[in-house]
Write a protein that binds this ligand. Structure first.
Ligand SMILES: Nc1ncnc2c1ncn2[C@@H]1O[C@H](COP(=O)(O)OP(=O)(O)O)[C@@H](O)[C@H]1O
Ligand code: SF4
Ligand SMILES: [Mg+2]
Length: 331
C-alpha cells in the first residue's frame, strides 16, 4: 500500500501550457496566430533535474518564461509548490520569486555592464529584504566564493571576467535569494566545451549543497543527459518524449528523439539505438506547423492518420511517455 510519505509532491506542475503569438505579417492574415508552446504538461519532483532539449525555435525559452511569469500564457496553469502562479497577487508573486530563479544563456547580456559585480549579486538580497546595506557585502562575498570566484570580484565590472566567470556571477545572483527551483535556460550553450564542464559541475555541487531543483535547458544532449534525472524532448512546441534520463538517452522511442540521439556520438556500449536516422528536410517554422503530428513531415515511419490526429503523450508500458501511437507497433 502507498503511504502518504511515499508520495512525492511535485515542486513544479505545468498543466496544458500554451503560448500563441499573433503575427500580422505578409505571410499570415492579420489575426492569425501560431503556437510557440502547445499544450505542454509535466511535473518536476523536489531536488531533481528535468532536462529539456530541442532544436532552436522549438519553444524552450517561451516555456521557461511562462513558468517564471515573465510572459503570460494563452492558456494552461503553472503550480509551484501547489500554488497556481497565475492566480497570485503581485505581492505574493514577489515572495515566490525568491524561490524561483533563472539563469540565462548569455551571461554578457544578462548582467548590467555599468554595475559592479557586488551590486549585481547583492541587488536581489536588498530587493527581497534578505540583507541590509551593512550585511550585504559579507553575503555577496560568501555567494561569490560558493560559486568559485574570489572576494574582490565584487568591486569589478562584468567585462573584466571571462565567459565562464560571468556565468558564475549569474549563478551567484540566482542563488542569492536561496531559491528552491532554478530554471537554467541554456546556461552553458555560449561557453567553450572545457568551460561548460566546470560550470555544469558547479551547478551540480550547488544542487547537492542546497537541495536545489533544476529545469536545465540545452540543445546539447550529452550535457542534458549528464545533469538530468529525467529528460523531455521538444519538437515545434510539443513534448515528443519524456522519461528517465538514461532510458531516453539510451533507448529513445519517439522517431524524433531517435533521430536526435542517433546524431550524438555514442561511446556507451549499453546504448540500444537504431541505425543512424537522418532527418529529411528542415524543421518547419511554428507558423507552418503541420496538422496532426507536428513531426509527420520529417518522420520516416509516418502513416496516413498522422496528418489527422494529434498524438497524446502517453505511457506505453514502462513509464516512458511518448507522443506517437506508432511506437506500440515497435517490437
Ligand atoms: N515575442 C515573440 N513574438 C513572436 N514570436 C515569438 C516571440 N518569442 C518567441 N517567438 C517565436 O516562438 C518560437 C519559439 O521561440 P523560443 O521559445 O525562443 O524557442 P527556443 O528557446 O527553443 O529556441 C520561435 O519560432 C520564435 O520565433
Ligand atoms: S505520430 Fe506519426 S508522424 Fe508522428 S512521430 Fe509517430 S509515426 Fe511519426
Ligand atoms: Mg531559447
Amino acid at each position: 500500500m502507498t503511504s502518504a510519505a511515499d508520495i512525492t509532491i511535485p515542486i513544479l506542475e505545468v498543466r496544458r501550457l500554451t503560448k500563441r503569438y499573433t503575427l500580422a505579417g505578409r505571410l499570415l492574415r492579420s489575426g492569425d496566430s501560431f503556437a510557440a508552446v502547445d499544450n505542454v504538461s509535466f511535473t518536476i519532483t523536489p531536488g531533481s533535474t528535468l532536462g529539456l532539449v530541442g532544436e532552436s525555435g522549438c519553444g524552450k525559452s517561451t516555456l521557461a518564461r511562462m513558468i517564471l511569469r515573465l510572459i503570460t500564457p494563452t492558456s494552461g496553469e503553472v503550480l509551484f509548490e501547489g500554488l497556481n502562479l497565475f492566480e497570485l497577487s503581485r505581492t505574493r508573486m514577489k515572495d515566490i520569486r525568491q524561490r524561483l530563479q533563472i539563469i540565462f544563456q548569455d551571461p554578457v547580456g544578462s548582467l548590467n555592464p555599468r554595475l559592479r559585480v557586488g551590486t549585481i549579486v547583492g541587488e536581489p538580497l536588498l530587493v527581497h529584504g534578505l540583507a541590509t546595506r551593512k550585511t550585504v557585502r559579507d553575503q555577496v562575498v560568501l555567494l561569490l566564493e560558493q560559486c568559485g570566484l574570489w572576494a574582490d570580484a565584487a568591486t569589478r565590472f562584468p567585462h573584466e571576467f571571462s565567459g565562464g566567470q560571468r556565468q558564475r556571477i549569474g549563478i551567484a545572483r540566482a542563488l542569492a535569494t536561496r531559491p528552491k527551483l532554478i530554471i537554467a535556460d541554456e546556461p552553458v550553450s555560449a561557453l567553450d566545451v572545457s568551460v561548460q564542464a566546470q560550470v555544469v559541475n558547479l551547478m551540480q555541487e550547488l544542487q547537492h549543497e542546497f537541495g536545489l531543483t533544476y529545469m536545465f535547458i540545452a540543445h546539447d544532449l550529452s550535457v542534458v543527459h549528464h545533469v538530468s534525472d529525467r529528460i523531455a524532448v521538444m519538437y515545434l512546441g510539443d513534448i515528443a518524449e519524456l522519461g528517465d534520463a538514461d532510458q531516453v538517452y539510451r533507448s529513445p522511442k519517439h522517431p524524433y528523439a531517435k533521430a536526435l540521439l542517433s546524431a550524438v556520438p555514442q561511446p556507451d556500449p549499453r546504448a540500444n539505438r537504431d541505425e543512424r536516422i537522418r532527418l529529411e528536410g528542415d524543421i518547419p517554422t511554428p507558423m507552418a506547423k503541420p496538422s496532426g503530428c507536428s513531426f509527420r513531415t520529417r518522420c520516416p515511419v509516418a502513416v496516413e492518420r498522422c496528418a489527422r490526429d494529434v498524438p497524446a503523450l502517453e505511457d506505453h508500458g514502462d513509464g516512458q511517455l511518448v507522443a506517437c501511437p506508432e511506437v506500440r507497433r515497435d517490437p
